[in-house]
Design a protein around this ligand. Structure first.
Ligand code: NAD
Length: 486
């Protein structure tokens, strides 16, 4: 299916679609064709005291929080079903705004599944009791904050939207979510489905626009008591500072990565090649946990690298994201494209050996980048230290365990790491030794455990998300109640 005749781009506030109050808009361009797709709506810069968001949110919170989880869940289930029915349109909107190939589009079903999961999760929230203090019955209550906010990136918008909205709402909060200005169309479409599902007006609000305006309104907002953010470390730091300057809201940060994958000589080489190549190529490398640094043991390096090259040459099909046979779309926009190209130039200057790619394809317009392999890039090169967010892998050769563990951990990031080996002792040594929130043993990103916490060590973030309890915890206050017995 192609794009719908009418594309929704307005802000969804208090149950209604509204234009920007100062008429400010921005253009959404298809990164594959460079043609105009839609016009997005900006928020008006608002001072903290005059924000339009405060009133509906504060007014709505008590009635939503007083519903039972079952009552809230009815809306979730309707929404999940509507999202599945609109899978094709959502896929086309994502393809047109940020270039994700429809053939690899799983996002709507994953989003619907989150709403279904959290529809059942409300009653799992429980406090504790204690009779350890003589003369007292003490207990904790887990209560919603009231108004919370979520700010999401553009690379997998539907999944992040559901991962933040659903847990926040099922425990009784009302939410304002800001989508990325690079990919606001699926979030706006979800807003139309929220309306159809009959959610009480104002319980879910979905805005978009540029981060330094719309995002900043939320991070500085005095009524927002918790904010869950997924995006870059740069923005995460700005949000943390805004929270400190305003009301010290709780901030949860899911940030970037520079993930290592380590391939030992006893690994299943073919599987390791297939998985590590997919990790850095899927979504055109625009994935926080993509293994952008691969370390391969010297004894198998030539074979691994040759197979990796062949994999990129044979398996990657660059093309129109609306064509089902394409598995490699463009980068999301001109800014991302220019950023990746500049990292490629820096990689070429760094002393590493360029084995494949290294440029935009010469035979097509659009913001495409050839899948690229560098070999033996110096460890201190910019392209080894910074997140490129493109289909660019550095494959470096190592000899010993100690050497490779030190290199893998020599990064400010710590989101995901992988080790491929059949030696169980070594696998466990690396699972313990790698500084990352998730470690894959004989598997790599984007594999995650649905019931495992996800988040970063070091500068890759703070806090954890995940089912069943981690994400719910992020949206709950804990209160101690002390009852003195007479
Ligand atoms: P980004 O930080 O540029 O933007 C993310 C969101 O923050 C957008 O909605 C943006 O408008 C908003 N924003 C920008 N400036 C802001 C400000 N001053 N105040 C408030 N909000 C602001 O990130 P991006 O380019 O959209 O996404 C890519 C980044 O996200 C990469 O670094 C990637 O690794 C990271 N990411 C992390 C995870 C994870 O789970 N850890 C998942 C996906 C993406």
């Amino acid at each position: 299916m192609g794009l719908p005749d009418k594309i929704e781009t307005r802000l969804f506030i208090n149950g209604e679609f509204v234009e920007s109050s100062n008429g400010k808009t921005f253009d959404i361009t298809n990164p594959a064709t460079l043609k105009h797709v839609a016009t997005g709506t900006c928020m008006k810069p608002l001072s903290r005291t005059q924000t339009v968001l405060s009133l509906p949110l504060r007014r709505l919170f008590p009635s939503w929080s007083e519903l039972s989880p079952d009552q809230r869940a009815q809306y979730f289930k309707k929404l999940a079903s509507l999202i599945r029915q609109n899978n094709d349109e959502l896929g086309a909107l994502e393809a047109a705004s940020m270039g994700k190939p429809v053939g690899a589009f799983f996002d709507a079903y994953a989003c619907a599944s989150k709403w279904d999961h959290y529809a059942e999760a409300g009653y799992t929230v429980q406090g504790t009791t204690s009779v350890q203090t003589p003369g007292y019955l003490n207990m904790t209550l887990r209560q919603p904050y009231g108004v919370v906010a979520a700010i999401i990136p553009w690379n997998v918008p539907l999944l992040f939207l559901a991962s933040k909205l659903a847990p926040a709402l099922i425990v009784g909060n009302t939410v304002v979510l800001k989508s990325s200005e690079k990919a606001p169309l699926t979030s706006a479409k979800i807003a139309t489905l929220v309306q159809q599902a009959g959610f009480p007006p104002g319980v879910i609000n979905i805005i978009t626009g540029f981060g330094n305006v719309s995002g900043s309104i939320l991070s500085h907002h005095m009524d927002v008591r918790a904010l869950s953010f997924t995006g870059s470390g740069r923005t995460g730091r700005i949000i943390q500072a805004a929270a400190a300057k305003s009301n010290l809201k709780q901030v949860f940060l899911e940030l970037g990565g520079k993930s290592p994958a380590i391939i030992f000589e006893d690994a299943d080489i073919k599987e390791a090649v297939k998985q590590t190549a997919y990790s850095i190529q899927w979504n055109s490398g625009q994935v926080c946990m993509a293994n952008s640094r691969v370390y391969v043991q010297d004894t198998i390096a030539d074979e691994y690298i040759e197979l990796f090259k062949q994999h990129f040459q044979k398996e990657v099909s660059i093309g129109d994201p609306l064509d089902k046979s394409t598995n490699h779309g463009p980068q999301a926009d001109e800014v991302q494209h220019k950023t990746v190209l500049s990292y490629l130039e820096s990689g070429k200057q760094s002393g590493g050996e360029l084995l494949l790619g290294g440029a935009a394809p010469s035979d097509r317009e659009g913001y495409y980048i050839q899948p690229t392999i560098f070999k033996n890039t110096p460890e201190d090169a910019k392209i080894m230290k910074e997140e490129v967010f493109g289909p660019v892998v550095n494959i470096n050769v190592f000899k010993s365990e100690d050497e490779v563990l030190a290199k893998a951990n020599n990064t400010e990031y710590g989101l995901y790491a992988a080790v491929y080996t059949k030696n169980i002792d070594r696998a466990i040594r690396f699972a313990k030794g790698l500084e990352a929130g998730t470690v894959g043993v004989n598997c790599t990103s984007p594999v995650t455990g649905r019931d495992m916490p996800f988040g970063g060590f070091k500068s890759s973030g703070s806090g954890r998300e995940g089912e069943p309890l981690y994400s719910l915890d992020n949206f709950l206050e804990t209160k101690s109640v002390l009852i003195k017995l007479s």
